[in-house]
Design a protein around this ligand. Sequence first.
Ligand code: GLY
Ligand code: MN
Ligand code: MN
Length: 496
Amino acid sequence: MAEAQDQQDARSADGELDAQDAQDKPIKQRKNGLYPAVSDELAAVMKSGWADTERTGLTPLPQASFAAVRRAALSARFPGERIVVPAGNLRTRSNDTEYPFRASTEYVHLTGDQTQDAVLVLEPLAGGGHEATAYLLPRSNRENGEFWLDGQGELWVGRRNSLTEAEQLLGLPCKDVRKAADTLREATGPVRVVRGHDAGVEAALADKVTAERDAELKVFLSELRLIKDAFEIGELQKACDSTARGFEDVVKVLDRAEATSERYIEGTFFLRARVEGNDVGYGSICAAGPHATTLHWVRNDGPVRSGELLLLDAGVETDSLYTADVTRTLPINGTFTPLQRKIYDAVYEAQQAGIEAVKPGAAYRDFHEASQRVLAEKLVEWGLLEGPAERVLELALQRRWTLHGTGHMLGLDVHDCAQARTETYVDCTLEPGMVLTVEPGLYFQADDLTVPEEYRGIGVRIEDDILVTEDGNRNLSAELPRQADEVEAWMAGLRG
Ligand code: GLY
Ligand code: MN
Ligand code: MN
């Protein structure tokens, strides 16, 4: 068989090919110039001699029962409608190389599963409610050579769960995803799809859906994540604990970073994220010296110098895909200069005021306003802004140096619940189970002529992940010290 030959050729290598399977998913044979052909004899040999590895008696994933509750809420919100939630597809990096796959947040939240190309469908039932089905790519076909010839064959990318195994793990019926598009195309009745993840699924539904109704679905699913359940809180705590260990790793190798670059910090944290979790939840911001004043400094290619500050904003994403989002601003040599400490203490005070404003019944905006008030007062006190602070706050003049909002919801996405409506998010009242970051900062750009020269190039942010509890809050990232003396003592202890 010549390289880049198509399904027809795969059939010719296998007289017993299941035509239906082949039609559903053509084999995309990997190119291999060194092996231009598959002889009939080889095709026959490859088919047989493999053990049955089917697993039985699997216990459901810990999140399976929580996902069922979330699906029930979705079902109740859209009675009588078919709901389609794709996991998304691989994205090409170059040629036959792909970026690491990360399933869509909506799909993960509603299934606990992370399989590429999968689709969750909630089928309305005549008597009310829905039946949920996960459409997944099953184990590779050995009869038609798919398992070793197709680029996504199990021999290349690893064993998948069989549909029966997946049913046990996810606690819901599973079917072959290669039949999903046809099933959806043929179905009648109202339907909504989560857009932006799977162009093939969207194409199959193109004449049945509207942008407005699909947007409503996305908003609902975003809002469904506003309050975290016990599983999610446990995962976010795990993410924060791993993140704390990652920060410790970084402190221990700051001398290596000084000898190389910010990349050493990025790589060190990434090692912890990959060993204890799935990945980093977002590109780590490893910002030394004046780079700390760039909010999303992810190039991380600058020098790390004694006497300057390191702003490290990084989070481990757990294997279940919940992420921490933590920032510490550290003196690279272990000791703050008096000016660094003055600025750091102001941000610490602002963060403390913000965290104290996080409690059930408070307005979401309260923590932001509490933090901004402290920072505005400091800026007036330091002579950088003309008072009174009330006027500064009214005109938001402090923002020249505070730049960003003081926090956001956190969960599967680092900026979780981003499609939620204003009234359910920024204008909401905090409720137990919400998890949000509190992350005030002060940033004096290197070229800012409105501040004394010695301020220029200093950036400080402190960020923690705060769970709203029944009677106040719990700082999930409290493992990492925040107060300046405690930061110095912690660094000294780690560096020995
Ligand atoms: N790491 C991005 C943020 O803090 O929002
Ligand atoms: Mn952050
Ligand atoms: Mn954040």
